[in-house]
Design a protein around this ligand. Structure first.
Ligand code: PEP
Ligand code: MN
Length: 263
């Protein structure tokens, strides 16, 4: 069902008042992790001011090291809800365990499946039974075909609201955190009808590469971007190196408008 041949028209996913996969580019922005009330409210305010339509923020963080900050967990979710109340921005956050599915269904607008869980089939099957939009990230060592098969697990259960995300893959290049597979965008568009967005933050691991890769992604046909933004990246508890400051987001949004108009 993810197959373009069975479904020639692009899937448009309605989230609150926004449409993902339509003719507008959508920007999801916010910190890697929710750290405290002041941080999330201030960033939410800024990203809204500069034109982001969704707020991202990790509450449960899947960290490589068990000694790294693991997120504020349910307290983080409460803070995201507060930020939504203040700004009206729908919230996007990662689900790392089905134990919290009910809480997420109640309060999250787009449930993110992280790269590490792309092939967590039991999770995907459960997400197929709900009606919430799912942001499915490509695993760092997964092919586009495997990503589409994972999407299929969700679609097969009856949930047709799947957004795919290219977030960089593992290659021999080590200068960047991952290698952004820009070619995945036209491939996904050819094979599937689902919307695709790009995460230039995790793809590069470097804040100063976020803008050029974001522009390239939109030029290549992506339906939107998910970008890490932090008010104090030097002291961020997670992914500060790849987080842009709000004023940089403002600049990026201006340039994006030009590219979006051109393609
Ligand atoms: C994230 O979005 O914060 C994240 C952990 O991304 P990924 O699953 O792509 O590594
Ligand atoms: Mn991150």
């Amino acid at each position: 069902k993810a197959n373009r041949l069975l479904h020639p028209n692009n899937t448009e996913i309605k989230v609150n008042n926004e449409i993902i996969g339509g003719n507008k580019i959508n920007i999801i922005a916010g910190p890697c992790s929710v750290e405290n009330q002041k941080q999330i409210l201030s960033i939410a305010d800024d990203v809204k001011k500069y034109g982001a339509k969704f707020l991202r923020g990790g509450a449960f963080k899947p960290r490589t090291s068990p000694y790294s900050f693991q997120g504020l967990k349910l307290e983080g979710l409460e803070l995201l809800k507060l930020a939504k109340q203040y700004t009206g921005l729908p919230i996007v956050t990662e689900l790392t365990s089905l134990d919290f599915l009910d809480e997420y269904v109640d309060s999250v607008d787009i449930i993110q499946v992280g790269a590490r869980n792309m092939q967590n089939y039991e999770m995907l099957k459960q997400l197929g039974k709900i009606n919430k939009p799912i942001l499915l990230k490509r695993g760092p060592s997964s092919t586009v075909e495997e990503l589409l098969m994972s999407a299929e697990y969700i679609l097969l259960g009856g949930n047709e609201n799947v957004i795919l995300c290219e977030r960089g893959i593992r290659t021999f290049e080590s200068y960047t955190r991952n290698t952004l597979d820009l070619s995945a965008i036209p491939v996904i568009k050819k094979l599937s009808h689902l919307p695709v967005i790009v995460d230039p933050s995790h793809a590069t691991g470097r804040w100063w590469m976020v803008e050029p890769m974001a522009l390239a992604s939109i030029a290549a046909g992506a339906d939107g971007l998910i970008i890490e933004v932090h008010n104090d990246p030097e002291n961020a508890l997670c992914d500060g190196n790849q987080s842009i400051k709000p004023d940089k987001l403002k600049q990026l949004m201006e340039k994006l408008k030009l590219i979006a108009k051109a393609v």
